[in-house]
Design a protein around this ligand. Structure first.
Ligand code: NAD
Length: 246
C-alpha cells in the first residue's frame, strides 16, 4: 500500500511544522498547508514526501481549490490536522466585531471549511480528523473572549464530527495544548503570564511543539482506531488542577 497522507494546516511553523516533520519521519506523506508563503517555502525542506499548498483556511474558495489540489497530488487523504490558528487576548469591552471575526474566521470557520472540503477523501480512506483547540477553550478567563470562544467551538465541532461521521469509519478527536513557546503564544504571553503558567502547571513548564505533535500523530494513527470524540488536554496537568487561566 502507498504511504498514508496527512493534510496539516498551519504547517509553516510551530506545532504544525513539528507535526509535519514527525509524520514525515514515520513515513507519512504530508500536504503542508499555510497562508504564509515565505514561511512555508522556508519550512518545506527536502523530504520528497512533503508538498506545499498555499491556502487561507478562512476563505471557502481557497479551501475548495486546495482540497482538490491535495487530492490530485497525492491521490488520497488519510488524516486531516486542523491546526492553523491565530491568537488574540482581549476582554469583551475591547473586542470589536472585526477583531472577533478575525479570530473566528481562522480558528473556527477554518476547521469547518477544511473538514467539509476533505470529507469525500476521508470517507474513502475511513480516515481521521484531529482538531487543535486549546486549554483556553476549556476554561473562561477575563482575557480571551474571542480566542477562548473559538476554541470551545472547535471542541464541540469535534464532538459533532465524531457523532456524525463514525458511520463512515471516520474518527474525530481534539487536542487542547497548554502553553507552547511558539510565535503565536509569545506574541500574547507577557512575563507575568509566563510566570503564572510556570506556577500553575504541575509539571512547572511550557510544553514543546514535539510533545503536542506526538499526541497528534497518535490520534492520526491506527493505534487510535477505537478513539473518537475525545478531548485530550496536553497541558502538563494544568486542566486537572482547576486553577484559573492566567
Ligand atoms: P504559530 O503561529 O507558530 O503557527 C500557526 C500557523 O498557522 C502559522 O504558520 C500561520 O501562518 C498559520 N495560519 C494562521 N492563520 C491561517 C489561515 N487563515 N490560513 C492558513 N494558515 C494560517 O502557532 P502555534 O502555536 O503553532 O499554533 C498552532 C495551533 O495550536 C493553533 O490553533 C493554536 O491556537 C493552538 N494552540 C497553541 C498554543 C500555544 O501555546 N502555542 C496553545 C494552545 C493551542
Amino acid at each position: 500500500m502507498e504511504n498514508k497522507v496527512a493534510l496539516i494546516t498551519g504547517a509553516a511553523r510551530g506545532i504544525g511544522l513539528a507535526t509535519s516533520q514527525l509524520l514525515l519521519s514515520r513515513d507519512w506523506r504530508v500536504a503542508m498547508i499555510d497562508r504564509d508563503g515565505d514561511a512555508l517555502d522556508a519550512a518545506i525542506g527536502t523530504d520528497k514526501g512533503a508538498k506545499a499548498f498555499y491556502c487561507d483556511v478562512s476563505d471557502p474558495d481557497d479551501v475548495s481549490e486546495m482540497a482538490v489540489a491535495v487530492t490530485e497530488a497525492f491521490g488520497r487523504i488519510d488524516a486531516v490536522v486542523n491546526n492553523a490558528g491565530v491568537a488574540d487576548f482581549g476582554p469583551i469591552g475591547e473586542t470589536d466585531f472585526a477583531r472577533w471575526r478575525r479570530v473566528m474566521k481562522t480558528n473556527l470557520d477554518g476547521v469547518f471549511l477544511v473538514s467539509q472540503a476533505t470529507l469525500p477523501a476521508l470517507k474513502e480512506s475511513r480516515g481521521a480528523l484531529v482538531n487543535i483547540a486549546s486549554i483556553s477553550g476549556l476554561r473562561a478567563s477575563t482575557l480571551r473572549v474571542a480566542y477562548g470562544t473559538s476554541k470551545a467551538g472547535v471542541i464541540q465541532l469535534t464532538r459533532q464530527q465524531a457523532a456524525e461521521l463514525g458511520e463512515f469509519g471516520i474518527r474525530a478527536n481534539c487536542i487542547c495544548p497548554g502553553p507552547v513557546r511558539t510565535k503565536l503564544a509569545m506574541a500574547v504571553h507577557s512575563q507575568d503570564i509566563i510566570d503564572a503558567y510556570h506556577d500553575a502547571i504541575p509539571l512547572n513548564r511550557y510544553g514543546t511543539e514535539t510533545e503536542i505533535a506526538e499526541c497528534i500523530a497518535f490520534l492520526c494513527s491506527d493505534q487510535a482506531s477505537y478513539v473518537t470524540g475525545q478531548v485530550l488536554a496536553a497541558d502538563g496537568g494544568f486542566e486537572a488542577t482547576g486553577v484559573g487561566l492566567p
